[in-house]
Design a protein around this ligand. Structure first.
Ligand SMILES: Nc1nc2c(ncn2[C@@H]2O[C@H](COP(=O)(O)OP(=O)(O)OP(=O)(O)O)[C@@H](O)[C@H]2O)c(=O)[nH]1
Ligand SMILES: [Mg+2]
Ligand SMILES: [Zn+2]
Ligand SMILES: [Zn+2]
Length: 403
């Protein structure tokens, strides 16, 4: 044991693998050889059985070998491969062998989980949110969003960006995890900025998005699978389709979509009670994890309902969180919930979570036409709001008042 005093400086002793959610001791995180490339000598690829077991396929699992951390020199985040001698900085989870980016190991990221009932708009939201973060919002915040592995890049393109954003087709219903293996999309959002003391400070947030099928939260077995993800989460975004709130349907003028047992409050309550059990919460104890609850599809709200409202306006503030705007949106969504006889959702959240915030957003920005995006294309409205609030909560974004 050397330098215990320095170890205690680290904000968190353990790192959570964003793929399998194992708790890892930083000193024990193994490396992967860089392998040979061009003229560079190095180990040849071999089948990585742990990774293949995780992905459920040997495709893409032939990689240079993994070797244990040498111990002492780990602080530099590099090690020499014991087989070929080449230095490498690539680290992997010892349990599932997925890559752990060095920025993630150095400042353990925060895991954000996304949950919603069937048809709430989760897949559409993931497609749009990531696109916004990679483009407009990323530029505004001076933040980069980088996929942590090649499968994430490929799946985002194939299952989200290409169909919805390029071909403008609505996304198909997500298959249940009971039939299709579920793998998260894992990104690292990194933001560098100057602090008040003119020091450069870099923070990162691991965005781990499981595109759950809504019905999976109804079945007990599959819900347990998702619970591990939710338990590891440092923040949760709940998506709520206003059309699934009984009191809103007549107001919104759409046919009721009566799905038994899928009212948003039921889904949220089931997830919450399961989390409380795992936490061993006492009856009056509130969960500390920050929770963002967002009404999706607000483009369906009548213009009369929205005129001059906070929700209708665009978000104000660039590169900061406008706290007055935040309060105004929260209050408006709360008022809508009460108007729609869904006030108990608000009450319930207040009883169960120490820190929750309400949002209204539209991923598409307009009503779809048939199975396609409406004529105006995808025009997201306030899609990034929940994430900005979480960044603010995590100290990665400043909040301002009185602008
Ligand atoms: N008007 C409007 N409709 C939306 C919006 N986002 C999603 N929808 C509609 O809601 C439907 C469901 O969206 P998805 O993103 O597939 O919902 P999901 O939560 O992934 O659904 P499952 O995978 O079945 O659980 C879409 O096919 C659209 O018709 C939006 O921003 N505005
Ligand atoms: Mg889906
Ligand atoms: Zn892992
Ligand atoms: Zn090697």
């Amino acid at each position: 044991m050397s330098l215990p005093s320095r170890v205690s400086l680290s904000p968190r002793a353990e790192i959570t693998c964003p793929y399998c959610f194992a708790e890892l001791a930083p000193a024990r995180i193994p490396f992967r050889c860089r392998g040979r490339a061009g003229r560079r000598a190095g180990c040849a690829p071999v089948l990585d059985e742990r990774l293949a077991a995780y992905t459920g396929s040997t495709a893409g699992a032939s990689l240079p070998p993994v070797f244990p951390a040498p111990g002492r020199r780990r602080a530099e985040g590099r090690a020499g491969c014991p087989h070929c001698g080449q230095p490498t900085g690539s680290r992997v989870c010892p349990e599932c062998h997925n890559p752990l980016p060095s920025a993630y190991c150095d400042s353990p990221g925060r895991i954000v989980a996304l949950v919603g009932a069937k048809n709430a708009g989760k897949s559409t939201y993931i497609a749009v949110l990531l696109h916004e973060l990679m483009n407009r919002v990323g530029t505004e915040l001076d933040a980069s969003l980088v996929a942590c592995d090649d499968r994430t890049i490929e799946r985002y393109r194939r299952d989200f960006a290409r169909p919805l954003l390029e071909e403008r087709r609505l996304l198909p219903t997500t298959a249940s995890a009971a039939t299709a293996p579920r793998e998260p999309l894992v990104y690292l959002l990194t933001r560098s900025r100057r602090t008040r003391f003119a020091r450069e400070r870099t923070d990162s947030l691991a965005l781990v998005l499981f595109d759950t099928a809504g019905e999976d939260l109804r079945s007990r077995e599959v819900r347990d699978l998702h619970l591990r993800y939710l338990e590891a989460a440092d923040a949760i975004i709940f998506l709520v389709d206003p059309l699934q709130l009984p009191g809103a349907r007549p107001v919104l003028g759409d046919a009721p979509v009566a799905e038994p047992d899928s009212e948003p409050i039921d889904i949220i309550a089931r997830v919450t009670e399961a989390l409380r059990q795992r936490h061993g919460s006492r009856p009056n104890e509130r969960l500390p994890v920050p929770v963002a609850v967002a009404l999706t599809k607000v483009d369906l709200l009548r213009p009369s309902l929205l005129r001059q409202s906070a929700l209708h306006r665009g978000r104000s503030g660039t590169g900061v969180l406008d706290l007055d705007d935040r309060d105004a949106v929260h209050e408006q969504v709360r008022a809508l919930l009460h108007e729609w006889q869904a006030g108990q959702l608000d009450t319930y959240l207040g009883q169960r979570y120490a820190d929750y915030a309400l949002f209204g957003l539209s991923a598409l920005g307009g009503r779809p036409e048939g199975d396609r995006v409406g004529a105006g294309g995808v025009r997201p409205h306030r899609a990034e709001d929940p994430l900005l609030w979480l960044l603010y909560r995590f100290g990665m974004l400043d909040g301002v008042r009185g602008r």
